[in-house]
Design a protein around this ligand. Structure first.
Ligand code: GAP
Length: 515
């Protein structure tokens, strides 16, 4: 646990030191769970967004993208169920005065049990060496089976109590599991209460005429209310999807995990409108397709897993999370939800407008069902950033810090150095930059010895370093160094564009999803 915390602290301080993520309004001591993206963070975020948009919109003939407003008519949130049901169960510790999400306290307890399973696996793998069969060990080891049974039993009970709104039982569970306040160790808890997560605001100039609004807690509703506009103007035929990316706001109770859980964050969502009765098939399709998108970035299959929900949201008939191994353990990265016709039917009822699709083949009208994929852009940023940050021991026994971002997402693709600040080398380096910057983000660096400049770019996540030296003056060649292997090649200046392009071209990366 101490190592996990230590690793996570390194992620946060590296993100700040290299201009990726800053605490919002830092000069005023910050704002809890609100963050700003710096010069590199904004680029990385933009690249992740583009990687998602191309995969979802550009490469799917039947998916289009929109950009709906953050402010929506307040009835939207009544219809969607958010006014009545978008709550988290909260509990206060009477001694430390700290507030927690009751379900998160229980889930963290379960995560500790799961850690014990991982430790048993690691121990056995060491003991049995090559002969170790993980699957068989998980299925037969009595201690592991005991832990698994414990974990599933707790999650089942939590799911059931939350579904039945039995908050007294959630408190009882916390007490039975002997869960203590992580800050103070105290077990002196209040009752569990529901807390609505939407932020309210007002629209209008005078107090009397102002209208109460909410900042949207999800982007999805902007898609639902535009379903017919897009279907009709785009002459879309079912099945078809509408995608969008944009800000969402939630007054989160537990907001301690950097950009994992924020009060202002960005979502990338897609609603896929389908014929009722086909939802199972599309649910499996999108689970598989979205997992392929994640795996295409090469961050290791072992770092992802599905978690099918026991407790379903008020709108869903099936739901699964894609979980990622964050520095603090496996947690939700993306949700895939079978939302039935809940949203469109609710909006029909509350707006008194028909939100139906006319099927030209069967000549029937129906309210489509919806399959949703929803991923937090900031959470994806954290997944990519934390997995990429590595400490590597080199052959000479020294260490380097390297941010092995997938090259396609890296904010800066190449740094160009003159070996020395004289003899015309800076001028050639700047000419190379002037040429490459039409295609890529590139930067110039002439400060310090070349070795230190390499280290700086390794830590910055830059996939290529290009060095101009005295040989360049004679034969127009340079050295190009690859961040991950540290290999250097001597190449002609005219080859640089194609070498960089081959590694950062989105098409090459995205093809892995299809194939
Ligand atoms: N429209 C469905 C929906 O909003 P959700 O599971 O509440 O579902 C979807 O959110 C995704 O949005 C999550 O998987 C997560 O990646 C991201 N997300 C949710 N709350 C967040 C928060 N407070 N901070 C950062 N990301 C968040």
């Amino acid at each position: 646990m101490a190592k996990q915390e230590d690793d996570f602290k390194k992620v946060i301080s590296h993100a700040k030191e290299y201009g990726y993520v800053f605490q919002s309004s830092e000069i005023y001591d910050g704002l809890s769970a609100v963050y700003d993206y710096g010069q590199n963070g904004a680029e990385l975020k933009k690249n992740i967004r583009e990687y998602w948009w191309k995969a979802m919109v550009q490469l799917n003939d039947n998916i289009v993208g929109i950009d709906a407003a953050i402010f929506m008519h307040p009835t939207t949130w009544k219809a969607s169920g958010h006014v009545d049901a978008f709550n988290d169960p909260l509990i206060d510790n009477k001694d430390s005065k700290k507030r927690y999400r009751a379900d998160v306290l229980v889930e963290d307890h379960v995560a500790k049990i799961e850690n014990k399973i991982e430790k048993e696996v690691a121990k056995a793998a060491k003991r049995f060496g090559d002969a170790f069969d993980k699957e068989q060990f998980l299925a037969t080891n009595p201690r592991v089976l005991g832990y698994q049974e414990q974990a599933t039993g707790i999650l089942k009970r939590l799911g059931k109590s939350l579904e039945n709104e039995d908050l007294a039982d959630v408190k009882k569970l916390i007490e039975e599991l002997d869960i203590a306040c992580p800050m103070s160790g105290s077990k002196n808890w209040t009752d569990v209460k529901q807390f609505n997560l939407m932020f309210g605001t007002k629209l209008g100039a005078s107090a009397e005429s102002a209208m109460d609004l909410y900042l949207r807690p999800e982007t999805a509703q902007g898609i639902f209310v535009n379903f017919l506009n897009v279907q009709k103007t785009g002459r879309m035929k079912i099945p078809f999807g509408i995608a969008q990316t944009g800000k969402a706001f939630r007054n989160e109770i537990v907001a301690r995990q950097f950009i994992f859980r924020m009060r202002e964050f960005e979502q990338m969502e897609m609603q896929y409108f389908i014929k009722p009765g086909t939802q199972k098939e599309w649910y499996e399709h999108w689970k598989e397709h979205r997992m392929k998108w994640h795996l295409s970035l090469g961050m290791g299959e072992e770092n992802y897993r599905f978690h099918d929900h026991e407790k379903l949201a008020h709108y869903a008939d099936a739901a699964s999370d894609i979980e990622f191994r964050f520095p603090f353990g496996f947690k939700e990265l993306e949700g895939i939800h079978s939302r039935t016709d809940f949203d469109l039917s609710q909006h029909e009822e509350y707006s008194s407008k028909k939100l139906q699709y006319f099927d030209p083949e069967t000549r029937e009208n129906y309210v489509p069902y919806v399959l949703e994929t929803s991923i937090g852009l900031d959470r994806m940023f954290l997944a990519v950033f934390s997995k990429s940050l590595q400490e590597e021991e080199l052959e000479n026994g020294t260490f380097r810090t390297v941010l092995k971002l997938p090259a396609v997402l890296a904010p800066t693709k190449a740094a160009v150095f003159p070996l020395v600040k004289k003899d015309g080398l800076p001028e050639i380096a700047k000419e190379i930059i002037a040429d490459l910057k039409w295609d890529f983000n590139v930067l110039y660096d002439e400060k310090d010895a070349v070795g230190r400049r390499y280290r700086r770019q390794d830590a910055n996540g830059t996939p290529f370093c290009i060095t101009v030296d005295h040989q360049t003056l004679e034969d127009q060649t340079v050295t190009i160094r690859h961040r991950d292997t540290m290999e250097q090649q001597r190449v002609a200046i005219t080859e640089l564009r194609s070498i960089i392009h081959e590694e950062v071209d989105m098409r090459v990366w995205l093809r892995k999803i299809k194939g």
